[in-house]
Design a protein around this ligand. Structure first.
Ligand code: M6R
Length: 603
């Protein structure tokens, strides 16, 4: 999704903006641009495509000590150079970058700007014309004109605004879209996420919704929309620059798949004491104990991780677990139980759909927990409690280690709650030992990459569709596995409850249709094998991924046994590798699939 970076002070702004934009690439974008103020001259450069395309357009005259940059993920208008940000007022005095969606942009255009000419189709261009109107036509100061525009604009936004006549100031405002201030010595920055600024500073300051920030090289002034000053402490981020590199890996996704055993071991050290007891915040445990129902709200892979944890959570906490698709629940919650507890699962902690639900949950006064990989993220700040996955930055759009990390984190919570409740099931579940076995099992699967590559070459290299099936926990894994294949290899793939095939979908099976069957549960594996026969006898080509305890000699991929509660973690890894191989063998950009963004910050 769109990314913003800005800097003012004693630094080479062009370098900082370009490096920042490169760090924001992982979020997904289709065009980019920068505006740089050099005192006696200013430059605006935009390009469709990658940051390297933008870089190739920069002349040596694009220099200065202040500027704003942007990666755009098109919402209003095609991904063209004209629609790329920064956008300018008609006389090019005011320059604006924006992340989010202005819902009333048409009304603003018709009511306030009926005679303006617009170069492109974006809502952002309307916003910068509106700001300019209040300043240039109505005689307001820049700050007041910006505030007046903010009082009219509805929707989500993170804005960074510059005035070509005042190259020493950047005006910033936010509502619902992420934005962060970076503090330096003789310079200050603004950015959509810390990663783009970590090369320059590790000192950050949050901005809350409906706050405005005036950035100078030596000062940062925060105020609300009424002009009341806001005092905000800065904090030091623990990001490690080396974690952001991909080393010798061809793609981040492969690196992140390989990191999963480390993530499992990190979580053991984070959430278990050396004696095997749980190290989970007792306040969270008590809050879950009081609940009569746990609601897990999430999107995409995080939603699938919720399903991958449901059986374990219910068994260990003895509390029913209901899943909610964030993008649906934002528009209306079902009838809730009397004492609900909400868990928001989100790698980025910024997903707008999930946040929309969290805002409602907070209005209703219900307790909530965010499980996220990003400390200080919006969902983390706004929920009652946070548990961090600590998986290290996940850069590839396709989420892998966050999925397995979320399930493992939930396992610690579930065990802690179950033990606090005195439940035998929880006391007997040796999570530290079982998760260590999972880490070993993943390592064994990771050593099968060549075999998996050969399976992909044989089965998925040219197909347009595929079917993934499983029962119970394996069905939930099939949902995630199929999402992974779809998003990075563009193969239309559905994850099915194996028993559902015969109720309709089996009519799509024809000669050589690829299918993948997941088998980990002795209670149901034979039934799924029956479905495998049904597919094979109609000409489909089936790959079987089986856990040792149910495996046959002729299964294609065998996964080491792990505790049934954690089987989703172990079973998903071969399917992550299958998705990765399919995408890379097809020559696609594995880390940046088309149309997708890493942090989905618009509704
Ligand atoms: O950051 P989140 O976990 O909240 O993101 C939710 C989804 O957008 C995300 O999981 C998406 O489905 C991934 N690209 C899937 O790999």
């Amino acid at each position: 999704m769109c990314g913003i970076v800005g800097v003012v002070g004693n630094k080479n702004a062009t370098d900082i903006l370009m490096q920042g934009l490169e760090k924001l690439e992982y979020r997904g974008y289709d065009s980019a641009g920068i505006f740089v103020e050099g005192g006696d001259h200013a430059s605006l450069v935009k390009s469709v495509g990658r940051i390297r395309d933008l870089r190739s357009k920069l002349g040596i005259d694009v220099s200065g000590t202040a500027g704003i940059g942007h990666t755009r993920w098109a919402t209003h208008g095609q991904p063209t150079e004209t629609n790329a940000h920064p956008h300018t007022s008609m006389d090019e005095r005011f320059v604006l970058v924006h992340n989010g969606v202005i819902e009333n942009f048409k009304e603003i255009r018709d009511e306030y700007l009926p005679h303006d000419d617009f170069k492109g189709q974006t809502d952002t261009e309307i916003a910068v014309h509106l700001i300019a109107k209040f300043i240039e036509e109505d005689g307001m100061s820049v700050l007041d004109g910006f505030k007046k525009a903010l009082s009219i604009i509805e929707g989500s936004y993170a804005f960074a605004l510059m005035d070509a006549q005042d190259p020493d100031t950047i005006y910033v405002a936010k509502n619902k879209s992420p934005l962060l201030i970076g503090l330096g010595d003789g310079y200050n920055m603004v950015c959509s996420d810390a990663m783009a600024m970590i090369r320059e500073t590790s000192e950050f300051m949050e901005i809350h919704d409906k706050e405005l920030v005036i950035l100078h090289k030596d000062s940062v002034e925060v105020q609300d929309y009424y002009g009341n000053p806001v005092t905000r402490k800065s904090y030091t981020a623990q990001l490690d620059l080396s974690e952001i590199g991909k080393g010798t890996y061809p793609f981040y996704m492969l690196k992140e798949i390989d990191e999963q055993p480390t993530v499992m071991r990190h979580l053991i050290s984070e959430y278990a004491n050396p004696d095997g007891t749980m190290k989970v915040d007792s306040e969270v445990v008590k809050a879950v104990q009081k609940a009569d129902r746990i609601y897990i709200i999430a999107a995409g892979t995080s939603y699938n991780a919720g399903y991958g944890s449901k059986i374990m959570l219910e068994a260990l906490t003895d509390t029913p677990v209901e899943l909610g698709v964030a993008s649906e629940w934002g528009y209306g919650m079902p009838l809730l139980s009397k004492k609900p507890f909400f868990i928001f699962l989100s790698q980025s902690g910024e997903t707008a759909d999930s946040r929309q639900v969290l805002v409602k949950v907070n209005e209703l006064g219900y307790p909530s927990l965010t499980i996220t990989n990003v400390p200080g993220s919006t969902l983390s700040r706004e929920a009652t409690y946070t548990m961090l996955i600590g998986a290290g930055p996940e850069i590839a759009v396709a989420s892998t280690k966050a999925y397995t990390g979320q399930i493992a984190t939930l396992a610690f919570l579930a065990k802690a709650v179950g033990v606090a409740d005195g439940r035998k099931e929880a006391q007997d579940f040796d999570l530290v030992k079982e998760l260590s076995l999972v880490a070993q099992g993943i390592e064994a699967t990771l050593s099968e990459k060549e075999k998996i590559a050969a399976i992909v070459k044989d089965l998925l290299l040219t197909t347009r569709n595929a079917f993934y099936i499983g029962r119970k926990q394996d069905y939930f894994v099939a949902m995630e596995a199929s999402l992974k294949l779809k998003e990075i290899s563009y193969v239309q793939c559905e994850g099915f409850a194996a028993g559902e095939l015969k109720h309709g979908t089996i009519s799509l099976i024809e000669k050589d249709t690829p299918a993948l069957a997941l088998l980990s549960d002795p209670e149901v594996a034979q039934h799924t094998r029956g479905n495998v026969m049904e597919i094979s006898s109609r000409g489909g080509k089936v790959v079987t991924v089986a856990m040792e305890r149910v495996a046959n000699a002729d299964d294609d991929i065998i996964v080491g046994d792990v505790h049934p509660y954690l089987s989703a973690i172990a079973m998903v890894v071969p399917t992550q590798l299958i998705a990765y191989e399919t995408s890379s063998q097809r020559g696609l950009d594995v880390d940046k699939p088309r149309n997708l963004a890493k942090a989905v910050t618009v509704e």
